[in-house]
Design a protein around this ligand. Structure first.
Ligand code: 5GP
Length: 133
């Protein structure tokens, strides 16, 4: 059965899209730790990120780098933190999270509750920044 992220890529489940290429897709996390919290995935379904084939793995991180640069150009923050868990969704994904201190990366913290309009505004701004890079 297709993963939830494959269903997002295929448009079966809606998402706040940030960027897309032939091999990759970036979209806002629906339960964000911070405004601009983004997930970057390979379209190819691979569960564990270290099982992603070498070339695709390198390209995935380059795509995440460009996405991170777009995020930091829009969301005020000291850095965009990068983390991989993959404990919930069995489809490799990189979390990109705007942070000002280490604890901003804690998944133990409460998640933000954003309105649809805020998700749309944030994704539109980051998408536009990505397009100019
Ligand atoms: P992990 O697998 O890295 O532990 O966590 C999976 C992440 O995917 C979580 O941060 C969760 O909020 C996010 N997530 C799970 N389902 C969806 C979804 O349907 N849409 C979006 N945009 N994010 C999701």
């Amino acid at each position: 059965m297709a993963t939830i992220f494959t269903r997002i890529v295929e448009g079966e489940i809606p998402s706040y899209k940030i960027a897309e290429s032939k091999d990759f897709y970036a979209f806002l996390d629906i339960n964000p730790l911070a405004k601009g919290h983004t997930l970057v995935i390979p379209k190819k379904e691979v569960d564990y990120i270290f099982d992603v084939e070498d070339n695709l793995y390198k390209e995935l991180f380059l795509f995440a780098k460009k996405t991170g640069k777009a995020i930091e150009s829009v969301i005020p923050c000291k850095r965009v933190g990068i983390i991989v868990f993959g404990l919930d969704v069995p489809h490799a994904h990189i979390h990109l999270i705007p942070i000002n201190k280490a604890s901003d990366m804690s998944f133990e913290s409460p998640k933000l509750s954003l309105e649809k309009e805020e998700f749309e505004e944030i994704s539109s701004a980051i998408r536009s920044a990505f397009g100019k890079m």
